[in-house]
Write a protein that binds this ligand. Structure first.
Ligand code: NAG
Ligand code: NAG
Ligand code: NAG
Length: 236
């Protein structure tokens, strides 16, 4: 029980330490659906930057995210869209965005299904600006797919007297990571850290035990010596 508490505390400390430059969203993958072939977002979604849970097929993206200062019409800044592709239905995932503290930014992450996306007025213009005439090549429209659209809102969060920077905040260098949860409980990329912490916790538990034993032994032999001394004194 004690071990478990130590473990949880360490994990909590660790994650709050990382949180300075991380924003994330956790979600369950939707059921697999057939891609509607007449939907404009169908063709276009393939022009979006894609993230898949398979590391070799791009589970993270090192990219420049455009930002702007909040305005009344865009209170959360500039939006960018990504496609979360090849998900496993009902599996828990998280998407994280990590960026350097030297580029103060406030990020807001949200995921949408195809049916939810129609309620987002900014999506279609964004998509239309990416549309090209070439049809999708690597997507099988006959089989159902579990996928989501990811929206990242990025607002610059600094102040400077430099007017160039204030009117054109530079894009933020960021890593966007799609991370499946193992057993729907622990993000995959955290598993090695958790394993390491568990190993250290177990090792220190045994170490504490043996240190205790050593000291208890020392104390015992010490008091034994003292008793002998006492007896010697008494007999003299
Ligand atoms: C990675 O994606 C390609 C197509 O983009 C596909 O042919 C391949 O099977 C995928 N790899 C895995 C491990 O799913
Ligand atoms: C404002 O920032 C830009 C970009 O970092 C830089 O090139 C420019 O020299 C700066 N202007 C002033 C007046 O410091
Ligand atoms: C240390 O060892 C002694 C005897 O071996 C035991 O009574 C005591 O509870 C141990 N202390 C801790 C903190 O484990």
């Amino acid at each position: 029980m004690k071990l478990f508490t130590i473990l949880l505390t360490t994990l909590a400390l660790l994650s709050s330490r990382i949180a300075a430059n991380v924003e994330k969203t956790i979600f369950l993958a939707p059921p697999a659906v057939h891609i509607p072939s007449d939907d404009p977002s169908t063709i276009s979604n393939l022009k979006l930057n894609r993230l898949t849970p398979i590391p070799i097929n791009q589970s993270s993206l090192h990219t420049l995210v455009p930002v702007s200062f909040p305005t009344t019409s865009h209170p959360k800044g500039t939006e960018s869209w990504f496609l979360l592709w090849d998900l496993t239905p009902s599996q828990r995932y998280e998407v994280r965005i990590c960026w350097a503290a030297t580029q103060p930014t406030s990020f807001d992450l949200d995921t949408f299904t195809t049916s939810e996306i129609s309620a987002i007025p900014s999506f279609t213009p964004y998509i239309n600006s990416l549309l090209q005439s070439s049809p999708p090549k690597d997507v099988d429209l006959k089989t159902p797919h579990s996928y989501l659209f990811l929206r990242i809102l990025a607002a610059a969060d600094f102040y400077t007297t430099n007017t160039t920077l204030m009117s054109h905040p530079p894009p933020v260098i960021a890593d966007i990571i799609l991370d499946p949860f193992l057993l729907n409980a622990l993000p995959r990329s955290l598993a090695p850290t958790a394993g390491y912490i568990i190993a250290i916790a177990i090792a220190s538990w045994f170490l504490a035990g043996s240190i205790n034993k050593t000291f208890t032994g020392l104390l015992a032999s010490c008091s034994h010596e003292m008793e002998k001394e006492e007896e010697k004194k008494k007999t003299q």
